[in-house]
Write a protein of this length. Structure first.
Length: 623
């Protein structure tokens, strides 16, 4: 009964009167003005014929009724398809490796056919579809098709180990799986082991018996508008570096655009939801979005939460999206030149591989079209930021590096822009300024108060994500534990330590979940890892807790040496001492591995390392 009452109150707030009441505050926001400017630059005059087409399709009376009650779910599918129809023969999606090109007219038709095909298979509101797809037109088609009919896409990380993928599927209970042919083995195992999955749809030449070919599903389905239940069909997963990935309910985050999702937790005023929705979408800070005819390169996997914003904004604004199915550093430079790319989302590993190319290769390509390389997902060393800028500045005279800190739960928490580090080069060491997309604070958990500037504490974020977060397939307590009410607002605990300067720029110092506690002393691995990587023989390192009979746990280091180099445990320990480490911070044990496990974005997967020192030896960690 209480839930029904809250829902009725939320619906009452979603009225044009309340929205108009919120307009003065929204229009006063820098983020709103930037979004409107970007929309004008990208869509421009095309918006008027698109709106007229939308009105003709659903009727002036229906549009008016929907606006008066702010039921955007009735409008969004028709607005999107009308925009795509207006963009017409402009290139929407290019997949060079598969020699595919789709115009917006073709993209629109394929979306509608897929939506009808999915409904024809019996999928309905809030059913789940797992996507095991490399970058390609299918991924972008699945987003809008399933958004129109209210089906939730599970954005599966196909980098995960097979047993982890199967465990995620078991926990999420999807009704269908759409997969690339190369993932046939895992799809077959899921078909044999997970009976809740009713449909297996393969993107490839010919589907085996008992499965459906993706193109066959489209060809036999209508291209008319299906029965709609709009939601933003996105459910990415946490990284899984320390445990089995959890699904995050992005579809609830965008309740302002949907009439069928749960939305914020508790009694959050709708004008606050609108405000945070605008801030979450304020990627218009980026230079590339303020250049006409946006052309975006997608070198990172589309399942990644950071990647999603780049390709979704591009397609919604009528830009051209060029997809790389497999990342190759030189191929990325070639495509920037060939396709006149202006914008790309990258991770530190992407830049590292580009910078590692021989100088004659890096200088071979014309990179002058680029405006923004947006980096996130893992800590980026300041030298990478400076070096990638130098590469592009030599050709186009402008810095292109931009960065944000983000978690899957919160999305982009802050932005670092070229103007920031041009004004103060020290900001290369930060990961952006609070307030641009959400509010970041440094909090002292013991004192229960916000830390003053330049004081280390725990990183907390207030955002659209913290208002609506619910982990799906995980106990409710996990969500509650991740949030903390501070000054009456729900903040998400990023499980990081850092400090903020007087201007609001965030400097990260460590991860509390990685903390090592020998004899009650808190030690952050990041500090020790930075020291060890300064050894010229070291390619990579993971600092972890190892069992210790006296202290409970101690500092251990697992080192990957550069090819052709050799070192001993004693040499690494001596290096640490010379670099200023002392006491418990000096590794008690150093092991050497041929290769350390990292995700595609460069995050160390310590859960693949820790068991070899604890569970595999029958020791339970008590620290």
């Amino acid at each position: 009964m209480e839930k029904l009452k809250i829902k009725e109150e939320k619906e009452a707030e979603k009225s044009l009167v309340n929205v108009l009441g919120a307009l003065p505050d929204l229009l006063a926001m820098e983020q709103t003005r930037l979004l409107l400017k970007a929309a004008l630059v990208q869509v421009g005059i095309d918006l008027l014929p698109a709106m007229w087409k939308m009105v003709r399709k659903i009727g002036l009376m229906n549009v008016g009724t929907s606006l008066l009650s702010f039921r955007m779910g009735n409008i969004m599918p028709y607005l999107v398809t009308s925009l795509f129809e207006t963009f017409g023969d402009k290139d929407a999606i290019i997949v060079p490796e598969q020699d595919k090109r789709f115009t917006y007219r073709e993209y629109r038709e394929r979306i509608l056919r897929l939506a009808n095909g999915m409904q024809g298979l019996g999928l309905k509101l809030m059913d789940r579809v797992a996507l095991l797809l490399r970058n390609g037109n299918e991924y972008a088609e699945c987003f809008w098709a399933d958004s129109f009919i209210g089906v939730i896409n599970l954005n599966m990380n196909w980098h995960l180990r097979e047993k982890d993928l199967l465990e995620v599927l078991r926990r999420q209970n999807p009704k269908a799986v759409i997969f690339d042919e190369e993932f046939m083995e895992i799809a077959t195992k899921a078909k044999n082991e997970i009976k809740s999955i009713e449909h297996f749809i393969m993107a490839g030449e010919k589907a085996p018996e008992g499965m459906i070919a993706y193109e066959d599903l489209l060809s036999r389905s209508s291209d008319e508008m299906p029965e709609t239940n709009f939601l933003m069909s996105v459910s990415p997963f946490t990284g899984g570096t320390t445990g089995v990935p959890k699904a995050v309910n992005y579809y609830d985050y965008f309740s302002a655009l949907s009439d069928v999702v749960e939305g914020p937790r508790g009694k959050i005023p709708f004008k606050e939801v609108l405000r945070e929705t605008v801030r979450t979408m304020s990627y218009a800070y980026l230079d590339a979005l303020n250049q006409p005819n946006l052309r975006t390169l997608q070198p990172t996997p589309m399942f990644h939460a950071g990647t999603m914003t780049a390709w979704l904004l591009t397609l919604f604004f009528g830009g051209t999206l060029v997809m790389m199915r497999v990342f190759d550093p030189e191929e990325m430079l070639r495509l920037i030149e060939k396709e006149r790319i202006m914008y790309a989302f990258v991770v530190p590993t992407t830049m590292q591989r580009i910078l590692a190319l021989p100088d004659e290769v890096k200088r071979r390509y014309d990179l002058s079209s680029m405006y923004t390389l947006l980096c996130a997902a893992a800590p980026c060393p300041p030298e990478f930021k400076k070096d990638i800028n130098e590469l592009f500045i030599q050709q186009n005279g402008r810095p292109v590096f931009a960065e944000y800190y983000a978690s899957t739960e919160d999305g982009a928490a802050n932005f670092l822009l070229p103007k920031d580090y041009l004004e103060d080069p020290k900001r290369y060491e930060s990961c952006g300024k609070s307030g641009r997309t959400s509010d970041v604070i440094i909090f002292d958990k013991e004192k229960g108060e916000i830390c003053p500037p330049n004081t280390e504490g725990s990183v907390f974020v207030y955002s659209l994500g913290s208002l609506s977060l619910r982990y799906k397939g995980a106990p409710e307590e996990r969500t509650r534990d991740a949030l903390r009410i501070i000054d009456g607002k729900p903040y998400f605990d990023e499980e990081l330590t850092g400090q903020m300067d007087e201007d609001g720029f965030l400097y990260l110092t460590g991860r509390t979940k990685d903390m090592i506690i020998p004899g009650g002393v808190n030690i952050f691995p990041d500090e020790i890892e930075k020291v060890i990587t300064r050894d010229p023989k070291v390619a990579d390192v993971a600092v972890i807790p190892i069992p210790d009979k006296d202290l409970g746990e101690a500092v251990g280091a697992v080192v990957q040496l550069k090819e052709g180099k050799s070192a001993t445990e004693e040499e690494i320990i001596e290096h640490c001492k010379k670099e200023g480490l002392y006491g418990y911070k000096v590794p008690k044990k150093v092991d050497f591995w041929k290769e350390l496990p990292r995700t595609f974005e460069g995050k160390m997967i310590k859960r693949n390392i820790l068991p070899k020192y604890w569970e595999d030896k029958g020791i339970k960690r008590r620290g």
